[in-house]
Design a protein around this ligand. Sequence first.
Ligand code: ADP
Length: 191
Amino acid sequence: MLNIILFGPPGAGKGTQSEKLIEKYKLKHLSTGDIFRANIKGATELGTLAKSYMDKGQLVPDEVTIGMLESEVNKNNDANGFIFDGFPRTKVQAEALDNLLKSKSTSITIMLALEVEEEELKKRLLLRGKDSGRADDQNPDVIQKRIDVYNNETSPVKDYFTAQGKYKGIHGIGEINEIFNSLCKEIDAVK
Ligand code: ADP
C-alpha cells in the first residue's frame, strides 16, 4: 500500500494537489476538513459539533476526529492506499494513525509537506473565501487563529515523522504542475 500524508498549513494547496495525486496513483483521498463539511451540509450531529469548532478556527477534538477517520479507513479496506489530507493535525492523531495502520499490517509511506510562508497563506485564504463560501476563509481573525493553531499544535507532527525518516518538505509556491511534479518525484523514490 502507498499511504501518503499531505501536510502543511491552511491554504498551502493540499486539496489541489490531492486531487491530482489520487488520479495519478489511484489512491483514496481522505480529507478530514471535507468530511466535516459534508457532515455540516447534511446537518448531522457530527456536523453540528464540528461546525462549533471550525467557525472559530479551532481544532475539532481529537477523539471525535480520530473516530471519524478510523471509520472512513475501515470503509475502504479495498483501497490501494490513502492520501491523508488535513490529518493528522496533532501528535495524538499521528500516534492513532500509526496504530490504526499497524493493525492493518501497513504504515505511512511518506509525509509530504507543502511549505508556504504566512503572508502568502493569508492572501490565498482570503481569496478562496471570496468564491468558496467557506466562512472560515472570510474572517481574518479566524484565518490567523488557524495559522496559530497550526504553528502550536500541528507543526510538532512534522518532528514525529521526521524521527521516522519519513518527512519531505516541498516548496509550495509556484506553478501547480511544477509543485505536483516535485511531489511525484518524492513518491516515485519511495514507492
Ligand atoms: P484548511 O487546512 O484550509 O484550514 P481543512 O478543510 O483541512 O482546511 O480544515 C478546516 C477545519 O476543519 C479546521 O480549521 C478544523 O477546525 C477542522 N479540522 C480538519 N481536520 C482536522 C483534524 N485532523 N483535527 C481537528 N480538526 C480538524
